[in-house]
Design a protein around this ligand. Sequence first.
Ligand SMILES: Cc1cc2nc3c(=O)[nH]c(=O)nc-3n(C[C@H](O)[C@H](O)[C@H](O)COP(=O)(O)OP(=O)(O)OC[C@H]3O[C@@H](n4cnc5c(N)ncnc54)[C@H](O)[C@@H]3O)c2cc1C
Ligand code: SF4
Length: 581
Amino acid sequence: MNHKKPILGEFGLPQNGKHMLGSLQYLHAPMRKFEEKDEVDYIIVGVGAAGGILLQRLARAGFNVVGIEAGPFWDTERDWVSDEAGSHKLYWEDPRVTGGSDPLALGANNCGKGVGGGSVHWAAFTPRLHPSDFEVYTRDGVGADWPITYRDILPYYEQLELEMPVAGPAYYPWGHPHGYAYGPHPMGGVGNALIRGCSALNIPVSIGGPVAILSGSHGDRPHCIYRGFCIQGCKVGAKASTLVTHVPDALNKGAEIRDRCMVSRIELGNDRRVTGIHYFDNDGAAHFQKSKAVIVCGYAIETPRLLLNSACPGFENGLANSSGTVGRYLMAQAGNVVLGRFEQPVRMYKAPPAHALTEEFYETDPRRNFARGFAIQTVGPLPIAFGKQMLAAKKAWGWGLRREMMDYNHWAAFGLLGEILPWADNRVTLAKEKDRFGLPVAHVSFNLHDNDKRLIKFAKEKTMEVMAAAGATEVVQEARYAHLVGAARMGSDPKTSVVDKFGRTHDIANLFVCDGSIMPTQGSANPGLTIQALAARTADYLISQGTRIFNSDVRDMASPPIRRELAPPETWGKGVPRLND
Ligand SMILES: Cc1cc2nc3c(=O)[nH]c(=O)nc-3n(C[C@H](O)[C@H](O)[C@H](O)COP(=O)(O)OP(=O)(O)OC[C@H]3O[C@@H](n4cnc5c(N)ncnc54)[C@H](O)[C@@H]3O)c2cc1C
Ligand code: SF4
């Protein structure tokens, strides 16, 4: 039966006890509800970028699957505002402790909280990793090799680029050259500045994408209207997030999502297999959900935190942590923002923030004094972010800051995205501090090493050179980091990695990790597309293994057949259904 109107009262809401599924999420029937005493097939911890894909694929393949999500089930119509100050609720702002010689800013700079996770607030820039990223150690003697090659993930890149879908140029020259099926976006002022700067220095530049934002209306989803509120959630629905692309299909295929429920511990049974998860609902009541297998998709901080908080007899240092690598090899990309002032107005808010880039400096270049490389991309900070950047870059304050902010329309911002290598001492551990459920919070320790420092210095100077070549009369920069990944890395050797090439923990046959934390290295590409492609690959593996995941410890390491037919038709057919009768 087709419900032609948004469904009221499906999920519960803190304010009035009703949750309206907005026009972006159309259900054909009320969401399925499992009983806690039911032993479901899969529990997915965290319905974010990766969790949303897994939920959809497994539900479509006929498994009983429940997603447990710490944040709310967003109603895009009611909950989101096109307002910079009003969007903080999209982020994970629960307490965390940061430290090390180069501490990372936590909170709005990293993960999301709510159905869709970080894909709700991401800028949706979707470059692929390069083939070299999968063999960094072999090529350059640094970092680590992946247990898979670019060829293994390629079909999933192609699949996800169509499912979101991604707009970009017909020919993309870097890494493995390829093209995009959907046309590129027109340039905003900041994109034009990048083109001018790169062209003046003979640096090739890609314009109009790749970005998972609709450049033309597509199925039932409207095209982008270029107001620049992408990292505030895109109320319009033109930007892809698993909330609008995959979650509706998952629910229509029988998945359940329990929102505002915080998983506190994974339970290990007597036979070295997990039996379910403990969680707290929004009122603080404790629950236990039984399941045949668990997949942790909680982001590169919360995933290791949960494994460490699940320590138990046999795994005193953290669940699935016989290698001691849970929490280690955490990575962030260098994300310095370079700002330039132009005589003519730029109006950098008038476009998706990320819509042009160059990857000309991506690969290791023996003429430089560091391994690996970086990309230069447009970023379009809105006024509050711009104000913070002026404070950091120019020490602007009081009237001085006010003057800079009144000049906002004349500034352009480029972001460098630099590959910081995986180091064992960059890690997530448990802090003494506890959250509102009494669970130890994450302590994140981060230190730059020599190669990282040399790379950042070079990349910063090159990005400033490009900004000056674009015609900026003043160029300043703010040091920052972006995109945390790693901390539960995949590998072939159980002594040096947490999961195998399909995301299965080496230690426990029915416990998987599948999110950004399994990446052994990170390249200079934004990680979201790779994270979702890995999730689609893990889903194909689980589906191909069938019930063996639930009752056998034998590890079949053969690559699964690619299940293109499991893609949600709604992604291109009925992605943002209208409220028609
Ligand atoms: C401002 C900003 C812009 C970005 N732009 C881009 C971009 O343009 N391109 C790109 O590729 N990447 C971008 N990113 C990064 C991208 O958003 C993340 O890399 C990606 O979302 C991570 O996916 P994930 O599946 O690992 O985790 P997430 O998407 O963060 O999902 C994790 C989910 O798990 C839930 N969770 C965690 N712990 C628990 C628990 N114990 N119980 C229940 N639920 C739990 C969280 O609430 C969350 O919803 C951006 C990030 C930021 C901050
Ligand atoms: S610029 Fe486009 S993608 Fe970004 S919020 Fe506006 S409509 Fe959405």
